[in-house]
Design a binder for this molecule. Structure first.
Ligand code: FES
Length: 185
């Protein structure tokens, strides 16, 4: 049997590493969930909380969740990869949401999406290597009268055509450069 002090030390070490990977508040939240007889039923809620803080679920964060909640790491990975709303990599500086709702689809959203993929060299759910853009699909942004619509950060761009895509991306590249200069990066 493992001596009590060793078990305690191991627990402390797990906790210390978990706080490094997560935050003290998230660790405390997971520890509360772990006391539940059905601790694993909190897994999705915990992953939402982690993603809300970090923007995505990294390996380090998922491992910490598995240890604190005492569920197999494979289960955490399985849940994180099964649900499309979990992201396993950081989002880009600009998140481009392409509306794939019916009104936008009928008005050519697919061609706009294809052009975005082509110009950025990524697929939906991916981020450009420079970390500038992530591409995501969404259902009806509530501005069907402007279809086809894309949203970058909080801004809506309506009546989009594939030919407008390069200039729109360039505008955001310049914006990023301007902001970096202002911040002295
Ligand atoms: S379907 Fe695209 S905004 Fe409604």
């Amino acid at each position: 049997m493992m001596p009590v002090t060793t078990a305690t030390n191991n627990r402390e070490e797990v906790r210390r590493r978990s706080i490094e990977a997560l935050t003290p508040e998230i660790v405390a939240y997971i520890e509360t969930c772990a006391q539940d007889a059905h601790a694993s039923s909190h897994l999705i809620g915990v992953l939402h909380k982690v993603q809300a803080h970090f923007g995505y679920l990294g390996r380090e964060q998922m491992d910490a969740v598995a240890q604190l909640l005492q569920v197999p790491a494979s289960k955490v990975t399985g849940v994180a990869t099964f649900y499309h709303f979990f992201r396993l990599e950081p989002r880009g500086r600009f998140v481009i949401n392409v509306c794939l709702g019916t009104a936008c689809y009928v008005k050519g959203a697919e061609r706009v999406a294809d052009r975005l993929c082509e110009e950025l060299g990524i697929h939906f759910g991916e981020t450009t290597r420079d970390g500038l853009f992530s591409l995501e699909g969404t259902r009806c942004l509530g501005t069907c009268g402007l279809a086809p619509v894309i949203m970058i950060e909080d801004r809506i761009f309506g009546d989009m055509t594939p030919d407008q895509v390069p200039a729109l991306l360039e505008k955001h590249v310049l914006q990023a450069q301007r902001e970096d200069r202002q911040n002295g990066d």
